[in-house]
Design a protein around this ligand. Structure first.
Ligand SMILES: [Zn+2]
Length: 205
């Protein structure tokens, strides 16, 4: 069970590292290009149409997520826009080479370099909800990479400590001196009398 949990944690750390790398690649790119990855769907129902989209966009060193929902009923039906996507076709994903709707200016809420905002508008026949949040690319990379990099460093430090203990003839778990004789290079106890861990022989490095 512990092995499974540890495996899952390493997968999560791998995903976070990939996100950090992606943010680092996008960072310089975003000053020249503003792109957008989007997933959208239009659902036609008996009494109304509903449009939803989720976008990941970047511009001028910032990366953001936007989630929009809009509903159209009565006389507003069919006003979804010129780029009407297939109705009831489920989610459609798209890479947009030119993104125009991602604003990098501070939004209604901010916490240092983090911006987020909500916008609701509409009337009886047409409503729209916009949610947007953005973060500088470098900060996203820093946050995403922190935990995986720290745990990698700790992992290698623990491994180096275990190797050192094995080399000097000590228990790799608790550090107990396993030398059975004061003679250098002499026999070691086969098992730690302190914690019961079987003796790990030093691997020549
Ligand atoms: Zn021990």
């Amino acid at each position: 069970m512990r092995r499974i949990v540890r495996g899952v944690l390493w997968v999560v750390k791998g995903v976070l590292l990939a996100i950090a790398l992606g943010a680092l690649v996008v960072w310089p790119w975003s000053y020249e290009h503003s792109n957008c990855l989007s997933a959208s769907r239009l659902t036609r129902m008996i009494d109304r149409d509903e449009y939803q989209d989720i976008q990941i966009a970047w511009k001028d060193g910032r990366i953001g997520v936007m989630a929009d929902r809009a509903g159209f009923s009565g006389p507003a039906r069919g006003n979804v826009g010129p780029e009407v996507i297939d109705q009831n076709a489920g989610w459609e994903t798209e890479f947009e080479p030119e993104n125009t709707s991602f604003a990098v200016s501070p939004l209604e809420h901010s916490l240092g370099p983090l911006f987020w905002g909500f916008l609701h508008s509409g009337d009886a026949y047409h409503w729209e909800h916009h949610r947007i949040a953005s973060i500088p690319c470098w900060l996203l990379a820093l946050i995403a990479a922190a935990w995986p990099l720290i745990s990698l460093a700790l992992h290698y430090r623990r491994r180096a400590r275990r190797r050192h203990l094995a080399r000097v003839g000590c228990c790799t778990k608790c550090g107990y001196d396993l030398r059975a004789t004061p003679r250098p290079g002499g026999d070691l106890l086969t098992r730690c009398p302190e914690c019961g861990t079987p003796t790990v022989l030093a691997t020549p490095s």
